[in-house]
Design a protein. Sequence first.
Length: 186
Amino acid sequence: MSGPDRTEPSGTAERDGTRRVLVAGVGNVFLQDDGFGVEAVRRLSVRTPELPPTVELMDAGIRGVHLAYRLLEGYQTLVLVDTVSRGGPPGTLYTIDVGPEPPGAQPRPGPLDTHAMDPATVLALLHDLHAGAGGTLPEEVYVIGCEPRDTDEGMGLSPPVADAVGAAVDLVLDLVRRATSVPQRS
C-alpha cells in the first residue's frame, strides 16, 4: 500500500461471502484537532498486515461527496473516524453505533458546502444518492470519535488528541475484525 487509500477489486468480497468494510478518516488537517480522523487512518495504513483483506482505508479528509459516492459501491460496514464533541475531556474516545438509517441531519439552506460536511450530512447525502442512483447502502455504520480540544486554524493535533490516536487505531482494528467475522444477513 502506498498511502491511506487501500482498495480491493470491486465485487471480490461479495463473491466469496466475506464482508467489505470501509474505514474513512474524515476532517480538516488545517483545523488542528479536526485532522484526528485523517491522522488515525494514516497510522492505520502502516498496520495493514493486521487488517482483514476485505477492509479498505480511505483518507476522505473534507471530501464528503466523494465518500458518499464511494459508499454506494457495496460496503457492508462503514467505520468513520472523526472528532466528536460530546462534552467530555479532550482526547476522550467514543464508539458510536449509528446503525443503517441516517441520523436526523437537516440540510442547510443554500448550496451544499462540500468542504464542511460532518458525518451526519454525509450519511444523509448517501441515502439521497441511493434513492436516486441505486447502489448498496452499508448495513452497519460506526463512528470512532475523539473529543477535540482545539479546532481553530493551525496544523497538528493538540497533545490529548494526539495521545488518543493510537488507542483509536486499536478500536478500529477490533471493530473491523468483528465486522468481518460476522456472517452476512439473509
